[in-house]
Design a protein around this ligand. Structure first.
Ligand code: ADP
Length: 370
């Protein structure tokens, strides 16, 4: 490339220099002719013995030696430009091409599945910003891969327990050590129900993660969703000996939300509140106007959440007390799904607790109508 540029520039300059010959030498030729003009024994404009043929010969010699000089200059200039171009190319190749090929090599390593590959700084500002972006991309790929592996491990773990229980009972039934009575059938049915719930929760979670949830955002009356969620859980609350109370601020504005999904989030929060509140206890749903929308909070007088656990409870499969959650029928992904739904509706879901044993408050905020 460099050589092509040098070649084209050299040829263009040479043509220009040759084309300029008459202009450059004309003044010189006139000057030489004038020197010989008026010499003794000559006619006007001619020196002694100087005829037009002689002048023409001098003109030609002058032009030729001018052309020789131009050729020599371009030859020397071209040679030094060539040497400089080669040296510059070697320098650029060393400083730019080498780090570039290192980045390309790292990209190939990552494409082959080794996500711990990183690129060292090159010392060239522009390339360093490429390397930094590359390293950020590699780190986020590594985190994504880790999440995928964690999820597979968690799902395998969640499947193992109910399957082991089912298998144990079935073996007992075959060997005749377990009675084929109503209690056994109910237990087996409970385990298959747990598996079914886990599969449907995972399906919902994967669609939420992939942002494939179909939402029907409309104008929603808050008192309507609060009442729908309360009614769904009121019988269960009564059965558990827990009070379930709802209060909706008067004249609340409507919110922009998917009605069914908003009810789903609230029933999820209420199910958790029932699950983690021992009797006697109270669960309250309160809707108030807040920050251009409406905040619907579910407060319980239950086991509470320690401050260090609070940030983690929205992670999928994270449970403060794994065996307690499992015994109470939790799959460990309810809050992850609820949060994904709240986010997808343009709202938010947050948790607060004064600490273990001091109850919890979960708040779903939904935006007002635009
Ligand atoms: P799970 O199916 O285990 O309830 P979730 O995703 O709904 O899963 O909740 C995650 C964890 O957050 C629970 O295992 C529990 O430890 C904690 N948690 C959720 N809601 C409450 C609550 N109202 N009170 C105390 N802890 C809660």
């Amino acid at each position: 490339m460099n050589l092509a540029v040098i070649g084209v520039a050299g040829v263009a300059l040479m043509i220009a220099a040759f084309a300029a010959t008459p202009t450059v030498l004309n003044a010189e030729i006139i000057h030489i002719r004038a020197m010989f003009a008026g010499a003794p024994g000559s006619g006007p404009g001619f020196g002694p013995g100087m005829g037009p043929a002689m002048f023409n010969a001098i003109d030609t010699a002058l032009i030729e030696s001018y052309h020789d000089a131009i050729r020599a200059i371009f030859l020397a200039g071209g040679a030094s430009a060539l040497v400089t171009a080669v040296a510059a190319s070697v320098f650029v190749a060393g400083r730019v091409a080498m780090p570039m090929s290192r980045i390309a090599g790292a990209a190939r390593t990552i494409a082959a599945g080794k996500y711990d590959q990183r690129v060292a700084p090159t010392g060239i500002a522009e390339l360093d910003s490429v390397a930094a972006s590359f390293n950020d991309m590699a780190a986020s790929l590594a985190a994504g891969e880790q999440r995928r592996l964690d999820l597979i491990g968690d799902v395998a773990h969640e499947l193992r327990t109910p399957l082991a229980t089912l298998n144990g009972y079935l073996e007992g039934l075959i060997d005749g050590v377990v009675e084929p009575d109503a209690k056994t059938w109910a237990l087996l049915q409970g385990e298959t129900a747990r598996l079914t719930r886990l599969v449907s929760d995972l399906n919902e979670l994967s669609r939420a993660d992939a942002r494939q949830l179909r939402l029907d955002i409309t104008s929603v009356r808050v008192s309507d969703v609060v009442e729908a969620a309360r009614v769904q859980l009121s019988a269960e609350a009564a059965k558990l000996g827990l009070a379930l109370e709802a209060s909706v601020e008067p004249d609340l504005p409507d919110v922009a939300a998917d009605r069914g999904r908003a009810i789903q989030v609230l029933t999820n929060l209420l199910t958790n509140a029932l699950r983690y509140t021992p009797s006697p206890g109270t669960i309250g749903i309160a809707a108030t106007q807040s920050a251009g929308g409406v905040a619907i909070s579910v407060t319980d007088t239950g086991i509470g959440i320690a401050p260090e656990e609070l940030p983690r409870i929205f992670e999928r499969f994270y449970r403060v007390d794994r065996s307690r959650s499992r015994a109470l029928g939790g799959s460990g992904v309810g809050l992850s799904i609820a949060k994904a739904l709240a986010d997808a509706m343009g709202g938010s879901l947050t948790a607060e607790s004064a600490g273990a044993g001091k109850g919890s408050t979960f708040t779903l905020w939904l935006p007002g109508l635009a």
